[in-house]
Design a binder for this molecule. Structure first.
Ligand code: NAD
Length: 272
C-alpha cells in the first residue's frame, strides 16, 4: 500500500497498548480505522476519544480467537467503509509459566488461540479480498520472544515463534503470486503500554524492593512508546518490509543464537 490517506486499516487489540499506537499512527496518515477488541468498555472509550478528534473510526467487539467473530469483523469493516487495505493481527495475551512443572496444556491452547490461530483467522477473513483488489498489507504482531524464546514465557514464546514463521511463509507465497499485497511481522521489545507504565510506577514507589523489580525497571527504561511502534509500522508498510523490530538488543540476541547454532553444528560435524 503506497498511499495510506483515505485507506482503511483494521487493528485487533486496538483499544489499548500497541494496537492503539498503530491506530494513532494510521490516523496521522489520514487512514480510516476499524478497531477490534474483546474489551468492550476500553474499545468504546478509545473509539469515542478518537472520533471526538474527527478521526473516522468504528469499533467492533471481537474475540479474535473465534473465527466466526473475525468473519463478522471483516463484514462490519466492509459494511462501514466498503473496503480494507491494512489488517493488523495484533491482539495478544501472555501467560508466563515454567516447563519444569506440570504444563497446563489447556492454558497453552488458549494462548495459541489468541496469539497464533487468530492470525490464521485474520488471513482467512481478509486476504482473499485484498488479493482480489490487488492492494493490501497484513501486519502480524509477534514479539522479540518470537525470535529468541525467553525462559518462563510459557506458550507465549512458541506462539510468537509460530507467528514469525507463518508471516515468513505468507511473504514467500505472496511473492510467488507476484501480487502487490504484502506481509510484515512486528517483533517489539519492551513497549510502554499502560500495563508496563503501571508496573513501572509501582516498582518505582516500592523503591525496587519487590522481586524482579530491578530487571523490570531496567527493561522499562528501554521501552519505546506505542505511537513510535505505530510509526515504524507505517514506514514498513510503505517500504514493504518483512521484519519490523524496535530494539537492537533483540538483534544481538538473535546473532548470539545463530552463532551458537553454527558453533554447535561445526563442532559436532567433526565426527562426520
Ligand atoms: N507491550 C510489549 O512490551 C509487547 C512486546 C512484544 C509484543 N507485544 C505484543 O503486542 C500485542 C499487543 O500487546 P500490548 O502490549 O499492546 O497489550 P495490551 O494488553 O496493552 O493490549 C492488548 C489488547 O488486546 C485485547 N485482547 C486481548 N485478547 C483479545 C481477544 N481474544 N480478542 C480481541 N482482543 C483481545 C485486549 O483487550 C487489549 O485491549 C500482543 O500481541 C503482544 O504479545 C507486546
Amino acid at each position: 500500500v503506497d498511499e495510506l490517506e483515505g485507506k482503511v486499516a483494521v487493528v485487533t487489540g486496538g483499544a489499548a497498548g500497541i494496537g492503539r499506537g498503530l491506530a494513532e499512527a494510521f490516523a496521522e496518515e489520514g487512514m480510516r480505522l476499524v478497531l477490534a477488541d474483546i474489551d468492550e468498555g476500553a474499545l468504546h472509550a478509545t473509539v469515542s476519544e478518537m472520533a471526538a478528534r474527527a478521526i473516522p473510526v468504528v469499533g467492533v467487539v471481537t474475540d479474535v480467537s473465534d473465527p466466526d467473530a473475525v468473519t463478522r469483523l471483516r463484514d462490519a469493516t466492509y459494511d462501514s467503509f466498503g473496503t480494507a487495505h491494512v489488517v493488523c493481527n495484533n491482539a495478544g495475551i501472555g501467560a508466563p509459566s515454567p516447563l519444569t512443572r506440570p504444563i497446563d496444556v489447556d492454558g497453552w491452547r488458549r494462548v495459541f488461540d489468541v496469539d497464533f490461530f487468530a492470525i490464521l483467522h485474520g488471513i482467512n477473513a481478509f486476504l482473499p479480498r485484498l488479493l482480489e483488489q490487488g492492494e493490501g498489507h497484513i501486519v502480524n504482531t509477534s514479539s522479540r520472544a518470537g525470535l529468541v524464546a525467553p525462559a518462563h514465557a510459557g506458550a507465549y514464546g512458541p506462539a510468537k515463534f509460530a507467528s514469525v514463521a507463518v508471516t515468513e511463509m505468507l511473504h514467500a507465497e505472496l511473492a510467488e503470486l507476484a501480487t502487490p499485497v504484502a506481509a510484515s511481522v512486528l517483533t517489539p521489545g519492551a513497549v510502554l503500554t499502560d500495563l508496563v507504565r503501571a508496573l513501572q510506577q509501582r516498582y518505582e514507589q516500592s523503591a525496587g524492593t519487590e522481586a524482579g523489580a530491578g530487571e523490570f525497571l531496567a527493561r522499562a527504561a528501554q521501552a519505546v512508546l506505542p505511537i513510535e511502534v505505530g510509526r515504524l509500522v507505517v514506514r514498513a508498510i510503505r517500504e514493504r518490509r518483512l521484519y519490523i523490530n524496535t530494539h537492537g538488543e533483540t538483534i544481538d540476541w538473535l546473532r548470539e543464537r545463530t552463532d551458537r547454532v553454527g558453533r554447535d553444528a561445526a563442532e559436532l560435524r567433526t565426527l562426520l
